[in-house]
Design a protein around this ligand. Sequence first.
Ligand code: GDP
Length: 312
Amino acid sequence: MALTQLPRFHYLVFKNPPPSLNFFPKPKLPIIKPASPTLFSAPKSTLSTTEPIPITDFALPEEPKLEISLDKLFVPPETQVSCNDPNLSTRILKGSNIVLSKYARDAQVVQADFVKSSVRTEDCPSDGLPEFALVGRSNVGKSSLLNSLVRRKRLALTSKKPGKTQCINHFRINDSWYLVDLPGYGYASAPQELRTDWGKFTRDYFINRSTLVSVFLLIDASIPAKKIDLEYASWLGQNQIPMTLVFTKCDKRKKKKNGGKRPEENVSDFQELICGFFQSVPPWIMTSSVTNQGRDEILLHMAQLRNYWLKN
Ligand code: GDP
C-alpha cells in the first residue's frame, strides 16, 4: 500500500463495542509474575468471539490468509469498527491486527540521522520529540529492521560499534521524531552481571522516558516463543509501558528448520501466551527485512501513534 493512499474511513456506530478501544494496552490485574512457571499456560482470552475477518493480500503471494476476530483487533482512539462494515478488512494494516485511524499520515522517512548514544536516561535528547524504542533478543533482526525502516544499509551499524552496544542510541527521523535502538537482551555469552545491568538500564529508560510513545518488542517468528521474550512482554504489560509486538523473519517458511511451525503459527501461539498479561489486545505486526514485508505498515502505525500522542 502506498503510504499516501490511505483508505477512506467509515465511522460507524456499533452495538457491541470491542473491549480494545484503548490506544495503549493496559495490563490485567493481577498480572502473572514474569518468572512464574505458569507463564506458558496463560489463560485464553475470555473475550467474546465474533465473526473472523479474513485478511488477504500479503506481500508474498504464497502467504496464507490470517483470520482475526473483531475482539483481537487493535483499534486506535477516535476510530470505530463494526463487523457489519464491508470495508473493515481494507482498514487493517496488512499482516497485523492494527486498524488504521485518521492519524495515520506523514509516515514516510525522508531523512534519518544518528544523533547520540546515551548511557543514562537523563542523557537522552531533551528536545521533547516523540520516540519509539526497538528492543529484542540479540540476533532477532533489530539492526536489519531499523535499516529497512529508514531504507539505509548501514545506519544501525552505529549501534553495533564496540562501546555502543549497551547504549541508548537515538536516530532522528525527518527532524521530528526518534527511532531508538536499545541493547539486545538474552545474549547467551554475556556475563550474568552484564546481562543484569542491561535489564536495569533499559527498565529505567522505559519507566522514566516521558517522550516514549511505544516500545516495539521484536520477536523472532521463525522459532517458537522463548521464555525470555514472554517475560519481557509480561514486564512491559505489568508496568503499563505501551507496546507493539513486531514479529521478525516472517519470510522463513521452512517448517523443519523452524521447530515444526510456520511463522503465522508462532505468531498465533505468542498471542495466546501473552493475552493474560493485557486487558486489551496489544498491536502486532508481521515483518521481514528480506522481503520488506511490514515496513510501510510499521511506519503507518508509528505515524498514527505519534500524531495522536502529539495531539494529546
Ligand atoms: P540484531 O542482533 O537483532 O541486530 O540482528 P541482525 O539484524 O544483525 O540480524 C541477525 C541475523 O538475522 C543476520 O544474519 C540477519 O541477516 C538475519 N535476519 C535479520 N532479519 C531477517 C529477516 O527478516 N529474515 C531473515 N531470513 N533473516 C533475517
